[in-house]
Design a protein around this ligand. Sequence first.
Ligand SMILES: [Zn+2]
Length: 180
Amino acid sequence: MQGSEHTRVHLLCTVAIAGGMMLTGREDAAYGISLGMVIGTLWITPDLDLTYNDARRNWGPLRWIWNPYASARRHRGINHTYVIGPIMRLLYLALWFAAPAYLLWTLLTRTGSWPELSVPLPPVTFVLAGYVAAQWLHLLCDGITPFSKTGRSLEKYKVKPKPHIRVKPPGAVAAPPQQR
Ligand SMILES: [Zn+2]
């Protein structure tokens, strides 16, 4: 599925899920899950392993942070898995932002310890659930089910060069048709 198609399907599902939750009176869950699904649709997707894709463009001037991620893995490898892929992308982002945040905090406060943060657990859980739902929806739209062969095995078929295609060197003259 193409990036724009993914976006359309994901946003439609987000509206449907959020609408359903609103109707059942779960507004807090609706907001949190919607936010997570939008993040997992527009900014953090399995297709970040591609050099050019909508999610990377949406990072704007920060899109270069995904260069090592894309160059380290082939498309549809471990990124298109149900558990490791979503966790790996979050850890990758933490690598980029946690160390600078820690350094900044240390410089500003001249302490060597993290600030004590009181994270509101339920909203964060809803956002995470929305993020994971978006990742799984992406895989389903790509035709990858939790029980299908994913990652390397799929990729093996995708990138295999076609043996019958030969590149003609520049200036080469086409061979005359063979006489029978
Ligand atoms: Zn994909």
